[in-house]
Design a protein around this ligand. Sequence first.
Ligand SMILES: Nc1ncnc2c1ncn2[C@@H]1O[C@H](COP(=O)(O)OP(=O)(O)OP(=O)(O)O)[C@@H](O)[C@H]1O
Ligand SMILES: [Mg+2]
Length: 424
Amino acid sequence: MASREKGKSPFHPGQPIPAELFVGRKLQIDRILQRGAAQVAAGKPVAMFVQGEYGIGKSSIANYAQRVAEQKYKLLRVSVNLGGAKDIEDLAGRVLEAVVRAGETNVSTAERVKGWLGKYVGKQQLLGLTLNLEALKADTPSLSTPGQMLAFLRETLVRMGDAAGGVFLVLDELNGIVNNPHFAHFIKGFVEENAMATTPLPLLLMLCGVEERRRAMIQCHPPIDRIFDIVEIEKMDRGEMKEFFERSFREADMAVDAKAMDALITYSAGFPKIMHVVGDEAYYLDQDGTLDYTEAMDAVVSAAEEVGRKYVDQQVYKALRSLDYQSILQKIAGLGPSGDSFFKRDVADGLTPAELKKLGNFLQRMKKLNVIRSGDSAGEYVFNVQMVRLYIWLKSFVKVLTAVPTVSPDSLPPVAKVKSKRNA
Ligand SMILES: Nc1ncnc2c1ncn2[C@@H]1O[C@H](COP(=O)(O)OP(=O)(O)OP(=O)(O)O)[C@@H](O)[C@H]1O
Ligand SMILES: [Mg+2]
């Protein structure tokens, strides 16, 4: 059969989701709007921390909430990426740059931002906004205290006139800067100084990061713990995943049969990041406009390889090459794709005496590699990144296919069965 022309893939692995394709998260969005945006629009500043696993959708939710808050409450969207930032001067520079860029996203504020901060805009403006980096750099130091930054944002808001009723400031990609003790102090000072002002700046401050980032800030400055309303982002439920796949494949003009849909949902296991990788693989594998079960399963296997190559191989498999370690990993895989933790006794059950002897060492090495940490109960181990667990689980199927050809197809999980049938 002639393969169909492929148009634009509706999947966005590795990028925050465009608002039209954003699905689910109703509870979290409602919380951000009610306890955050609406309060800010009424004049009360709020600080929130959007917390969740790597790739669970923190940046996407922040971005989506900003858009809704802009439309509903006229909050000015300022989105700051702190990737690579190390100190408060870096933070100040990124905030200044983000405010200059805030004009790009909304026509009603664009002209006013340009009028107010025009000196930071570069000459050629063919595609989007270019920045006058020298001017930015020269003025950054004058924004490096909480008071100065508040004054700058306050002035920005005044200049927006009736086009904006508050500021929605997102600080994302905190990896580097949270380890700098000045950062936690700065944020606390920033929030408290504003709260104590006679007329506080209507500001929704939102930090996005994995739980360890928030913990790192608390370690630097314990009182920071009190200032945030925490918005926890969990894995998606089946309904959300189904809506996502239906909407995305409809956008690509593709049908998905019921069994294939079930497979996509099951193996994505609630991780938006995986949904996009699996969906993208399926989009390219399909030849006739209807995704069937076999194609969906092939997509799952390819996705497992892709995810593993990018996120897990270096961390786990290259470091744990010995055969005994590998079979212990297989055992962990057999415990399932999700759940935060596992118990040592469940892994031990059924290991050979030689493997059993190495189990203690294995767990220590996994801890050293930052894959797991000890849990609250005796013998419990918690995955630091749950996606690693999913991959170990997915990889166990792929491994069985390639490494143990004599295994009977009936003893394999569904992915392997499909492949074996096809290879037969
Ligand atoms: N609500 C959603 N609907 C559809 N796709 C989503 C949704 N949330 C996230 N995604 C997709 O999932 C992937 C990860 O999302 P995102 O980058 O927002 O996660 P993150 O938690 O910020 O990740 P990181 O920890 O790497 O910063 C992206 O490909 C994004 O497009
Ligand atoms: Mg992110």
